[in-house]
Design a binder for this molecule. Structure first.
Ligand code: F6P
Length: 547
């Protein structure tokens, strides 16, 4: 056994879980009319009702003991202080510096990074203003109205999903198109829809070496040159966000139009850096700043609120409870707000790339589960497809429901229906429907006894399925910033409990490496195939189909 699974706190939780499995939330709600109030907390405009969870006061306190034994507060402070907590890449983890409004310095290797961060923010502000007021023009003198934002992973998901979520705040007059996939269909579709004289391409790549992003940018460059632009005009229509200034200038970008990135910002945490430039272009700098402000407020909450009030701590320990003691292997996110529909995909990268790990500390292979599969989609659509499995399937799937209480441009009927579905789902998951209740319903229909027993068995819903419900007044930029930071810190706490390095991603490298070797064989059609038989066969078929 590892030190974690052997620890008294872990063992205590294991035995508590066995007791809890014999109980039902329905009975807890019946016995305690104040249960909802007791298990609701609020911070940064986000209210979290976690009363529909398989928890008692004893469970909560045992989870807090585990967190404290795992030194979460110390690890958190080390992150904010710029210590090298990403030990496999020997890097600090300081996305929090990018939204640091405290006025305090943040030191990396003894040097304050804040002046550079603030200078970059000013540069973004100025740039956004010059695009929005039409001062920045293309090579033929037309204002730049179409933004083609090219990036992938963290250099895409954050900006794309946040732009989508903040549709009510869009700046009128520019349109941002996001492209990530190397599938040429996407970039071709986007380029076909814009006028090259009015287009600004924002290439976002921390490394400036990611295959998909480079290829899509090269395709955009060829399109631009083909449409009449010259090599010299590239500087007016292509800008980059990257830590690889040399590669960006070699590409043809003006040095002034390269926005910096730093080693201490991980890809999936980079929304807060200049990688967020397309968001700022979408919603304007003031709204973008409010997004950062919301994240900063959540940082403050995470650092100062006691464990029992601390939203990231509550969410993280609940997750550990289900993953490690109830066998949950996935976690579903259900935003009941169309504009927030991309949020599950965002958290998917954040959580799965961070905690999809199997080594704890220096080199201990874990004997416990770590990061879950994160999935989900917007309500109410999922109710008519995958919710069935959450209600009656054989695996436990904890769910996060989220709903803004006020939404823009909507009539009340739609919003009330949306809210009723959201609340009704959490209720159904919690209480279920017993065999007797199902039978009583069917008896009125005059079924025979055999039919009754069979159908009632099929209809029985066990309930006791955990869910969190997040409410916010409206999803404005500040609240969205807080919500994203909340999940970032949840993921941090879970990684810290499991002892994994949440900030590297070695697992994606092998696929990239092999993909490049295969590409070589697809391009050099005469080259001998020396892979496994299946891969050889797939390559041969591709070669045949493509002449
Ligand atoms: O392949 C994974 C990854 O490294 C992500 O972590 C990152 O967000 C993405 O690729 C893009 O990287 P870059 O910004 O260097 O193009």
């Amino acid at each position: 056994m590892t030190a974690l699974t052997e620890s008294p706190a872990w063992q205590n939780l294991a035995s508590l879980a066995e007791q809890i499995k014999t109980q039902h939330m329905r009975d807890w709600f019946a016995a305690d009319p104040k249960r909802a109030e007791k298990y609701t907390r609020a911070a940064c405009g986000i209210e979290l009702d976690f009363s529909k969870n398989l928890i008692t006061d004893e469970v909560i306190s045992a989870l807090q003991t585990l967190a404290s034994d795992c030194q979460i507060a110390e690890k958190r402070d080390a992150m904010f202080a710029g210590e090298i907590i990403n030990h496999t890449e020997k890097r600090a983890v300081l996305h929090t510096a990018l939204r640091n409004f405290s006025g305090n310095p943040v030191l990396v290797d003894g040097e304050d990074v804040m002046p550079e961060v603030l200078a970059c923010q000013q540069k973004i502000e100025k740039f956004v203003a010059s695009v929005h007021n039409g001062e920045l023009k293309g090579y033929t003198g037309k204002p730049l109205k179409e933004i083609v934002a090219i990036g992938i992973g963290g250099s895409f998901l954050g900006p794309k999903i946040m732009s989508e979520a903040l549709k009510p705040y869009w700046f009128d007059g520019v349109k941002v198109h996001y492209v990530a996939n190397v599938d040429g269909c996407h970039i071709q579709d986007v380029l076909a829809s814009v006028d090259h004289e009015e287009t600004l391409v924002v290439m976002s790549s921390k490394s400036f070496g990611t295959q998909e992003t480079l290829q899509n940018t090269l395709t955009a460059k060829a399109w631009f040159l083909n449409a009449g632009g010259t090599q010299q005009d590239i500087a007016k229509h292509f800008i980059a966000v990257s830590s690889n200034i040399k590669a960006a200038t070699e590409f043809g970008m003006a040095e002034d139009n390269i926005f910096p990135m730093w080693d201490w910002v991980g890809g999936r945490y980079s929304l807060w850096s200049a990688i967020g430039l397309p968001v700022a272009l979408t919603i304007g700098y003031d709204n973008y700043r409010a997004l950062l402000q919301g994240a900063f407020e959540m940082d403050e909450h995470f650092q100062t609120a006691p464990a029992e009030q601390n939203l990231p701590m509550i969410l993280a320990t609940l997750g550990v409870w289900y993953i490690n003691f109830f066998g949950a292997q996935s976690h579903v996110l259900l935003p009941y707000y169309h504009y927030l529909r991309g949020f599950p995909a965002y958290v998917q990268q954040l959580d799965m790339e961070s905690n999809g790990k199997r080594v704890s500390g220096d080199k201990t292979v874990t004997d416990y589960e770590t990061g879950p599969v994160i999935w989900g989609s917007e309500g109410t659509n999922g109710q008519h497809s995958f919710h069935q499995l959450i209600h009656q399937g054989t695996v436990l799937i904890p769910a996060d429901f989220m709903l803004p209480l006020n939404v823009p441009n909507q009539d009340d009927t739609h919003h009330a229906m949306l809210a009723s579905n959201c609340f009704g789902q959490t209720q159904a998951l919690m209480q279920g429907k017993t065999f007797e209740e199902c039978k009583a319903d069917l008896e009125e229909k005059g079924l025979s006894k055999d039919e009754l027993d069979s159908l009632a068995t099929h209809k029985t819903m066990p309930g006791n399925k955990p869910s969190n419900t997040f409410l916010f007044d409206k999803l404005d930029p500040k609240t969205l910033g807080s919500l994203i930071a909340l999940y970032e810190h949840k993921v941090f706490v879970q990684g810290a409990i499991w002892g994994v390095n949440s900030f590297d991603q070695w697992g994606v490298e092998l696929g990239k490496e092999l993909g490049n070797q295969v590409l070589d064989k697809l391009v050099n059609t005469e080259a001998a195939l020396n892979f496994d038989a299946s891969t050889n066969q797939l390559i041969a078929k591709f070669r045949q189909a493509n002449g």
